[in-house]
Design a protein around this ligand. Sequence first.
Ligand code: ASP
Length: 308
Amino acid sequence: MTTAQWSLVIHGGAGAIARSQTPPDTDRGLRAALNAALEAGSAILASGGNAIDAVEAAVRVLEDDPHFNAGRGSAFTFEGVNELDAAIMDGSDLRAGSIAGVTATRNPVTLARAVMEESAHVLLGREGADAFSAEHGLEQADPDWFATPERRRQLDELLANGGKFDVDMKYGTVGAVALDSDGHIAAATSTGGVTGKRWGRIGDSPLIGAGTYADDRGAAVSCTGAGEFFIRESVAFQINARVRFLGESLQQAADTVMAEVKALGGTGGVIVAAPSGDWAWSFTTSSMYRGCASADGSRRVALYDDEG
Ligand code: ASP
């Protein structure tokens, strides 16, 4: 593939979810949502649009879909509220924006983009980020918009279990990486975090270099999984750096860093794209909801590890 072409890779979270645990209508709903996200991002890229617009558009579709742990359908905190994290980064100039612990913005990825474009900062948190969102006219949503019965059930289960984190955690974070026809890459990630989080816990997703990174000289990366391990490994920056400084292929860099996460005791996955047109995904879980589309007309979505 040449840089005159485009590609888009998305994820809807990694987890220990077997095919047999997924009801047919959920399977269909997940695949339909991933296809809709690919459609939204691809339409932008196919008409010559920017990678940054494409990743935002793809992530917004997944944020609005209750199947995923981002926007509507986010995991609940220990106290039973939704606190959302998101980040976006433009590989052409290393501009980045992110938000953590916001409660009222319908599309957190768009708030991250507003931080990138309309503030002097990179990362805004909690009440301040909520205030920035309202002041900048972003669409607000009531707590009921984000809350779903299935996420409430997961919190109840965790609380009944003494508040211990479930090793079979269903992550469900969403993300996108893209290459546009001008040869620029971008990445975006959005999440409700992990069920039962407390004390203002912030994961890897909104941390530039941990869960999200993009640099035209290396790679665009979006992560999902046990955020604490991704922070400790600087997963997104490390994949970019291995590509940029060591000349590793995307697959080699992604597999190597995911093996390091696993060695620390963490699980999850990554999606990666580069200006060369190369793209990759890598995950250590039994499922990672994912999809890819490119200028040659190919498009596919997959949920489980046996789908290639
Ligand atoms: N990485 C996210 C976090 O730790 C969770 C996920 O990927 O679903 O907040």
